[in-house]
Structure formats: structure tokens, C-alpha cells
Ligand binder design. Structure first.
Ligand code: SF4
Ligand code: SF4
Length: 336
């Protein structure tokens, strides 16, 4: 079976779990470790930034997982599919924060609240390669000292190199109102990758339900059965493990599925350990689930441990946590 057919079959069987390293996360060490842990935990998708070094790190993590699997009594079959994420200016997934020195009082609140450890403290500043644009620093800053910027990726230069390095899918973060801008970038992605899955990540912050569906229909016209819709409930909000946090991810998927549009749907945006169960309770037959914040934080202690690379018990502890999350997410989908 070729890789495309293999991936299609994972969607049809609702066995697709994607760990999201972060569209803005350009820290190769973290991506290497997350890829290693979640490959061993049973993930079949890994979502990374549009950066060749990061794609290579993810590939290395997958390979290392396959090497170590026998010593951990884990049987792995399918190598995860790497998705490279890009986005349009205005989409929160591809922005980065910057601290304005003139306004900053060095209170330290952003340092305390950044779950990505993307704020340095001497002086307070954002560590660019680790920032995923989640906005928590801005929320806690009382001095208007945080602003955002977006770096435009040169698709034609970077994306073919990412494919060369081992990526197989693309994702366009399209949480903006302007259809024409979205479709312009969408056409470019389809030109560069004409024969594999491409995902559009959408939420409803700028779109009515009808607008959401008409945009999906336009994307479907160009991409056909290769289209994945990453149905984003509330972007980057999956910190807590309860039904309410994941409610919007279920709601947006419900709207798409009730429309009858024939697309592959991955739940995301506020996804956590309860997402699969809420999908089951609500009768939402999603094809898979993408989890970012919650999945990363779950294994944060282990992947930041100094002896991660040398001590298999550290890796094993992370894998067990990851495995519980993957099972808790996918098992209920089988019962929808
Ligand atoms: S929260 Fe605001 S004022 Fe405080 S350290 Fe961060 S940027 Fe500076
Ligand atoms: S809180 Fe979020 S936006 Fe702010 S520095 Fe950390 S990762 Fe970046």
C-alpha cells in the first residue's frame, strides 16, 4: 500500500492522532523529542513549522522511535506523516510575540505564564524560535508591552525543501476573513503538492457558519478528496482537561458534517483528553484528532529533562502518558 492510501485508510478507520508541535515552534530539539515520544505513543501525524531543520528533527525523532521501540516492547508499524504548517498574516498560529522594551516594567508575569518557556528573563524578551503565538503573555501583561508580528514564508522556496526533508502533507492556517487571500495561497500549496493531502485549518472567529461552508466547498473544488479540514474550535486553548475546553472543536465539526460536504475532518483547537469522549457522546464521526497545547504540556517534564536522551525510563514515562492520551482520544471515536 502506498503512503497516500495508507493515510487515507487511517482516516477511514478514525485512527489518526496528530501531535501538533506548533506552526511557530522552530525549536528542533523540542520537535525531535515530541516526535520521538508521540511516535512511540501511537500518533500517526506530526505537525511542524515550515522550517527544513525542524522537519529534519521530526524525521530523526521518528527514526529514533523506531530504533528504540523493541527495547520498550512497543510494536510500531506505520511511520507518522509529517505535516508542514504555514499560515496567512492575521492567523494566530503563525504569529510571534515581541516585548516592547519601552513599555515593559519587568514584572515577570509573561515569563510565569508562558507554557512554551518562550520568554527569557534577563531582560524579559521572547525567544523567537520557541514562541507559538498563543497570546498568553499579552493576556497577562498589564502594560501593553506585547505586540505580534508574522513572518511570511516563501512557499516556493521553503515547501519543496520541506518535502525533500521528509514532510508529506501541508496545512494552511486560514483563520482570516478574506477568501481571496486564502484561496490564492491555497492554489500555491496545491501546485507544490498536487498528489497528497493538504489541510485547511479553520475556525469561526471571522466566519459565519455559511461562510465557513462556502470556503470549504471552494477548497474542495481545488483539492478534491485530498482535502483535510482541521476544524479548530478555539485555537491553542487546550490547556485544561474538561469537556467545556473541547466543546467548540466538536461544534465546528458538527456544522461541517451536517452540511454533507465530503471532507476528512480532524478535530482541533481546545482538544484534550476528553475530546474523543465528547465526540462519542455527541455522535460526531470525526476522522481523527489533532492535539497541540495539551499533548505538549502532558510530557513537558520529561522532554525537558536533561537525561531524556540517555535514560530510557524518562522516555518511557513520557510515552506512557502519550499512549494514554492517544487511546483516550481514538478509542471512543470507534464507537461513534
Ligand atoms: S508581563 Fe508585560 S510588563 Fe511584565 S515582564 Fe512581561 S512584557 Fe514586561
Ligand atoms: S505566551 Fe505564547 S505568545 Fe507569548 S511568548 Fe509564550 S508562546 Fe509566545
Amino acid at each position: 500500500m502506498d503512503r497516500y492510501t495508507q493515510q487515507r485508510s487511517c482516516f477511514q478507520n478514525r485512527r489518526f492522532f496528530k501531535v501538533v508541535c506548533g506552526a511557530g515552534n522552530e525549536d528542533p530539539d523540542e520537535v525531535y523529542r515530541l516526535s520521538q515520544v508521540y511516535t512511540l505513543a501511537g500518533a500517526l501525524g506530526i505537525d511542524v513549522s515550515a522550517n527544513v531543520e525542524v522537519v529534519q528533527a521530526s524525521r530523526r525523532g521518528i527514526q529514533r522511535a523506531f530504533e528504540l521501540a523493541p527495547s520498550l516492547n512497543i510494536q510500531l508499524e506505520t511511520e507518522p506523516f509529517i505535516t508542514v504548517s504555514v499560515g496567512l498574516k492575521g492567523d494566530p498560529h503563525v504569529r510571534k510575540a515581541r516585548i516592547l522594551e519601552d513599555n515593559c516594567t519587568a514584572c515577570g508575569d509573561c515569563f510565569e505564564h508562558c507554557e512554551q518557556q518562550a520568554v527569557g528573563s534577563d531582560p524579559y524578551r521572547v525567544i523567537d524560535r520557541r514562541c507559538i503565538g498563543c497570546g498568553k503573555c499579552e493576556t497577562v501583561c498589564e502594560y501593553n508591552a506585547v505586540e505580534y508580528y508574522t513572518r511570511k514564508v516563501d512557499f516556493d522556496r521553503v515547501l519543496p525543501a520541506c518535502l525533500e526533508a521528509g514532510a508529506e502533507n501541508f496545512e494552511l492556517h486560514a483563520i482570516i476573513a478574506d477568501d481571496e487571500k486564502v484561496l490564492r495561497d491555497w492554489r500555491i500549496l496545491n501546485r507544490i503538492l498536487p498528489d497528497n493531502f493538504i489541510s485547511m485549518c479553520l475556525d469561526r472567529s471571522h466566519l459565519s457558519n455559511n461562510h465557513l461552508l462556502s470556503r470549504i466547498a471552494a477548497a474542495r473544488e481545488l483539492t478534491g478528496e485530498r482535502l483535510i479540514i482541521q476544524a479548530d474550535g478555539a485555537p491553542m486553548s487546550g490547556g485544561s482537561d474538561n469537556f467545556n475546553t473541547t466543546l467548540q472543536a466538536i461544534a465546528i465539526a458538527d456544522i461541517i458534517q451536517k452540511s454533507g460536504l465530503d471532507v476528512t475532518i480532524l478535530l482541533s483547537g481546545g482538544t484534550n483528553g476528553q475530546t474523543g469522549e465528547l465526540a462519542r457522546l455527541c455522535g460526531i464521526p470525526a476522522h481523527g484528532v489533532s492535539i497541540g497545547t495539551f499533548a505538549r504540556n502532558l510530557v513537558r517534564v520529561e522532554i525537558e529533562a536533561a537525561d531524556f536522551d540517555n535514560d530510557l525510563t524518562v522516555l518511557s514515562a513520557a510515552v506512557q502518558k502519550g499512549r494514554r492520551l492517544v487511546d483516550a482520544t481514538l478509542d471512543p471515536l470507534q464507537e461513534v
